[in-house]
Design a protein around this ligand. Structure first.
Ligand SMILES: Nc1nc2c(ncn2[C@@H]2O[C@H](COP(=O)(O)OP(=O)(O)O)[C@@H](O)[C@H]2O)c(=O)[nH]1
Ligand SMILES: [Mg+2]
Length: 439
């Protein structure tokens, strides 16, 4: 994406300087304006964004430990994230999906991508070809269903899309049912009528509109139109890989009363991502830089985080974050024992890269509820099986993960009860060497 290159260039002008003054901030926002408008981001949005960046950069309090350049970068990052909208968490249970959009937007390809997405998360998927306008569309989807290993349903020659859907619903036993609907050259009454009749039969849990990134800011208008005709759960922006207008399309959808759910980043069925504004902007601004900066900011706020821990319940997500953090901090085991906690299980402290990857795959295959309440998995062999299958790990691996989670949970409870220990931990996290004498 050349938007990223231009953004990084604009920010890099600040790099050489030891301080940032008002003129530098003005020059930066001018650069940002040029870059964003050339990516087809709406002018009003751009002006509002640059005003906020200027105000915050010059007026807001700077964190003591940040350089002025880091301070400005952080503000640019945060403002761009808010311009690009919220992140999306797709459901991971049995559900029905309607996919709509105009011709050529990438609908049929996207249906297959969604099927692939759920297959890799341990759910079975069915593709239903209800595009009755173009006979070739059914064959295209049938081909794709074979390549992603999804079931396929249609009635060849049938002109009534709702009938195809009704028939498929009778036959399909799969977890996720994905219906590819017919497109049109433009948004019109016929299309709305057809979508409504399909929706009436299907009763979709999710209704996604597919829009090509090439449309730039027009994407917002299209999302609003479709949403008023058939309520959308989200927009899927395709062809993010090939368009300089992706930023325009995403920001326009974010500004309309809809949200971006997924993005398509290539022609292959695996070129598909759930939408995450932070990740996207991080990538645009250059991952190493922004990653390191955010890491630093996180560390500064660690103290507050540790205080928060007291009331917080350990979840699978926070557990995974801790494992990753522990890995980064190095041989934590010895630090723990210096602090007087000799009974920290070794395997918790040093995870191999390979194991962390495995854990990550497992976590991707878990539902929101499971992540919040690990006992749900432990008490259900079916869930263990599903997660193992979805992550390509063995059931034994999943059980091992759960047992490590439990150990950590127990340990955390011990920490919470022990105030002296917590104080030492806080000091250590803030960078002070552990006080050996007091231990
Ligand atoms: N580069 C790229 N091409 C895509 C993407 N999504 C779809 N396409 C291509 O766009 C064209 C139209 O896609 P199709 O799914 O048939 O569109 P439909 O008419 O809306 O069903 C095909 O050539 C796809 O390969 C994407 O994310 N990136
Ligand atoms: Mg199609």
């Amino acid at each position: 994406m050349d938007l990223g290159k231009k953004l990084r260039e604009a920010l890099s002008k600040l790099t050489g300087k030891p301080y940032v003054d008002a003129n530098d901030v003005k020059a930066l926002t001018k650069d940002l304006q040029r870059v964003l408008i050339s990516s087809d981001v709406n002018v009003k949005l751009v002006l509002a964004l640059s005003r906020r960046i200027e105000e915050r950069a010059l007026k807001s309090d700077k964190m003591q430990a940040l350089s002025l350049k880091e301070h400005v970068t952080k503000i640019v990052y945060e403002e761009l994230v808010s311009l690009m909208g919220t992140s999306y968490t797709p459901r991971l249970d049995r559900h029905r999906i309607l996919v709509c959009g105009l011709y050529g937007s990438g609908k049929t390809t996207t249906c297959a991508k969604i099927a692939h997405f759920y297959k890799t998360r341990g759910l079975s998927a069915a593709l239903v070809a209800a595009d009755t306008d173009r006979p070739a569309a059914q064959e295209q989807l049938e081909q794709l269903s074979k390549s992603v290993g999804a079931a396929f349903y249609t009635i060849k020659g049938e002109k009534d899309a709702a009938r195809i859907v009704g028939d498929a619903l009778k036959k399909a036993k799969e977890d996720v049912i994905i219906v590819d609907s017919a497109g049109r050259n433009a948004f019109d009454g016929h299309l709305v009528e057809e979508l409504r009749s399909i929706a009436e039969k299907l009763k979709p849990d999710e209704n996604y509109l597919v829009i090509s990134a090439d449309l730039g800011q027009i994407a917002g208008k299209q999302a609003t139109e479709f949403n008023s005709a058939v309520p959308l759960s989200g927009v899927i922006v395709t062809k993010m890989d090939g368009s300089g207008k992706g930023g325009g399309a995403l920001s326009a959808v974010a500004a309309s009363n809809t949200k971006v759910a997924f993005i398509g980043v290539g022609e292959k069925t695996s070129d598909f991502e759930t939408y995450n504004a932070e990740k996207l902007v991080g990538r645009l601004l250059g991952v190493p830089d922004i990653g390191a900066l955010m890491e630093k900011i996180k560390q500064i706020s660690t103290e507050t985080d540790i205080q928060k821990l007291e009331g917080e319940k350990l979840t699978i997500d926070s557990f995974y974050e801790q494992l990753k953090a522990a890995k980064k901090l190095g041989p934590l085991g010895s630090v723990f024992s210096m602090l007087g906690a000799n009974d920290v299980p070794k395997e918790l402290v040093q995870q191999s890269e390979e194991k962390l990857k495995k854990f990550e795959h497992m976590i991707n295959s878990m539902t929101k509820e499971e992540k919040a309440e690990a006992a749900l998995i432990k008490n259900s062999q079916a869930r263990v099986q599903r997660i193992a299958k979805g992550s390509g790990c063995s059931e034994k691996d999943v059980r091992e993960f759960l047992s490590q989670f439990e150990k950590m949970d127990k340990m955390m409870n011990m920490f919470k009860r022990n105030r002296g220990f917590r104080k030492k931990m806080e000091k250590m996290m803030a960078g002070a060497p552990p006080d050996l004498k007091a231990a």
